[in-house]
Design a binder for this molecule. Structure first.
Ligand code: MN
Length: 254
């Protein structure tokens, strides 16, 4: 139960306990309610929505509201909310990720995986990422997270919808506004670098620079390019509704 009607705020990430965006986020949200932090014990970027099935989860308490677990970002939410907190959680904020989560990044992202897990548990959830460009301006992202969390606590979110937020890496007075966006088109490198490791075994390593993107009008990539904060509503149901009639026409046989 809520103590004295105090809001329960759950914070997680995929970058781990030393992530530069973690403490500043937890601190910004602490004026809205009681903040509990559960994060992975190592960086789990690109863990997507993986959960741990084949090994035990161990919990390490860092301080009285901060924990690390040997699991994925989605584990942090699932285990943290269902087992550690054992109480109603009013909102989950995942982040602030060190780096953008734009377009198809959302498929790979552990930051978003955690927010999606929260949404599946029926808790309003948002993912926040800093579109890092070497400056590390986490402050505006933290301030915006607080403002958005406050709105979500008041209005809640529609069922099965979470919000993906990207904040440009610049001082607050240089941010040009907020844009509600669609997911843009990211372009990933296709190279693997190969070599031989010090033990004589061949290895292949995903290589290439940070992915670029196509600036589709109205997209998250465009918003960041224009120095705006991007807010994309993400739907959990991946059914291609418009394709159902198309596939019903196929000659199905058992
Ligand atoms: Mn990350």
């Amino acid at each position: 139960m809520r103590r004295n009607g105090e809001r329960q705020i759950f914070v997680c990430n995929d970058d781990g306990i030393y992530a530069p965006g973690l403490k500043i986020l937890a601190r910004a949200l602490s004026s809205l309610g009681r903040v509990t932090v559960v994060v992975p014990d190592q960086e789990r970027s690109a863990a997507s929505h993986a959960i741990t099935l084949h090994k035990p989860i161990r919990v390490h308490r860092v301080d009285h509201r901060t924990y690390i677990i040997n699991g994925t970002p989605a584990d942090c939410v699932r285990f943290g909310v269902l087992t550690m907190l054992k109480q109603r959680v009013d909102i989950i904020v995942s982040g602030i990720n060190s780096g953008p989560n734009l377009g198809a990044d959302t498929i790979y992202s552990g930051t978003i995986g955690a927010a999606v897990e929260g949404t599946m548990l029926g808790i309003p959830s948002i993912a926040v990422s800093l579109a890092y460009q070497g400056h590390g301006n986490y402050k505006p992202a933290a301030a915006f997270s607080r403002q958005l969390a406050k709105m979500v606590l008041e209005k809640s979110l529609p069922r099965n919808i979470c919000l993906n937020v990207n904040v440009p890496d610049r001082p607050r007075n240089k941010i040009k506004g907020v844009m509600v966006t669609l997911l843009g088109k990211r372009i990933y490198g296709k190279d693997f670098e190969s070599g031989v490791d010090p033990r004589g075994q061949a290895y292949y390593w995903l290589a290439g620079a940070t992915p670029s993107g196509i600036s589709v009008p109205g997209s998250d990539i465009t918003a960041i390019e224009q120095g705006k904060i991007s807010v994309t509503p993400i739907r959990l149901d991946m059914t291609a509704m418009d394709m159902i009639p198309v596939f019903k026409q196929w000659k199905w046989q058992v």
